[in-house]
Write a protein that binds this ligand. Structure first.
Ligand code: CA
Length: 336
């Protein structure tokens, strides 16, 4: 069984240095020094992100992964300020194209887009797809406090629909004011609060909210061919869809369809390395195996717990396993 995984990260020192110099959307300066130092110490820059010939291919052999679709790791340079956004994102994409060119049968790529300049971002997406052979884009947000339902970002989504490539959504650090209000507390350890605000919960909720804002803005009524990919089994949203349908009906939202319809028809889901049997069963039952794409979130998942056995030993049919392991990725990303 061919295996393609689609949330697999890379990094490059030149890009990290540029992001450190120009800043990203989440301004660590807004936090207290204690929080800032703790976040800076967390940022993973290990060679698993930068070594493609040895560590990564070795991981792929062990985990039976035939192809990784690569994307930049956090902090993703897509939210750097406008003055440098285009240059840095183009550099990140050119570096990635070089990696794919060296191992075209093992790697494919999601573009990084300069969200600060949506017209340029749309052009860069077109360049990446048509000239570099990329298969979509990975975005984080919001940008400088602006969510992407703002009409200024529409050209990016219009271009993705036109090119028939998906936009994959990825979490980023949540704004300091949100973290301070919701997640950090004197009543539990700082580290627990920081994980609650980010990789343990908060930044997933952030993506779920962001994608739902796009749905509510009518993006899929305007661009019915647009496709999103949500990791981490849907970033907290799937379990709330029945409630949203009940309360936010089309006569309330002004949308053509129920909110859940867009999640069933325009959005694809991945485990992002959260290999939970009950989540897999629920998501296949709710959305169908044809909407789930295998993803391991390399190199952040503990390597001992990302075996393909999770999928092959599951109670899904062979056809369902094939769709999740490679069939859906091949179809959506045009990887054949
Ligand atoms: Ca990730």
């Amino acid at each position: 069984m061919r295996v393609i995984t689609i949330e697999e990260h890379y990094a490059d020192k030149r890009i990290n240095d540029a992001v450190a110099k120009y800043g990203s959307s989440t301004n660590l300066a807004d936090f207290s020094k204690e929080v800032r130092d703790a976040y800076n110490s967390m940022r993973f820059t290990g060679e698993y992100l930068t070594d493609f010939d040895r560590l990564r291919l070795d991981f792929m052999r062990k985990q039976k992964v035939d192809m990784q679709v690569l994307s930049y790791t956090n902090p993703v340079p897509d939210t750097v300020p406008k003055a440098e956004a285009v240059r840095i994102c183009k550099l990140a994409n050119d570096i990635l194209a070089g990696i794919v060119e060296k191992h075209p049968d093992r790697f494919s790529a999601f573009a990084t887009l300069p969200m600060a300049d949506p017209e340029e971002a749309a052009k860069e997406l077109e360049r990446c797809v048509k000239e570099l052979g990329f298969v979509g884009a990975l975005i984080t947000g919001p940008w400088q406090g602006k969510f992407y339902d703002d009409p200024m970002f529409f050209p990016i989504f219009k271009k993705a629909a036109e090119l028939d490539v998906p936009i994959s959504w990825h979490p980023e650090f949540t704004a300091a004011k949100i973290q301070n209000y919701y997640y950090l507390s004197e009543n539990y350890p700082l580290k627990a609060g920081m994980m609650f605000a980010t990789a343990g919960f908060g930044w997933h909720l952030d993506v779920g909210l962001h994608v739902t804002r796009l749905v509510l803005s009518g993006i899929f009524d305007k661009l019915p061919n647009l496709k999103f990919i949500c990791g981490h089994w849907g970033e907290t949203i799937p379990s709330m869809l029945d409630r949203m349908d009940q309360i936010m009906r089309p006569e309330v939202t002004g949308l053509k369809k129920k909110i859940s319809d867009y999640f069933h028809e325009n959005i694809y889901f991945t485990p992002s390395g959260i290999l939970s049997k009950s989540q897999l069963e629920y998501m296949v039952k709710e959305f169908g195996a044809e909407r789930i794409i295998w993803a391991l979130d390399y190199p952040y998942i503990p390597f001992e717990s990302c075996s393909l056995d999770f999928l092959t030993d599951s109670e899904l049919t062979e056809k369902e396993k094939e769709l999740i392991a490679h069939g859906n990725a091949e179809r959506i990303l045009h990887l054949n």
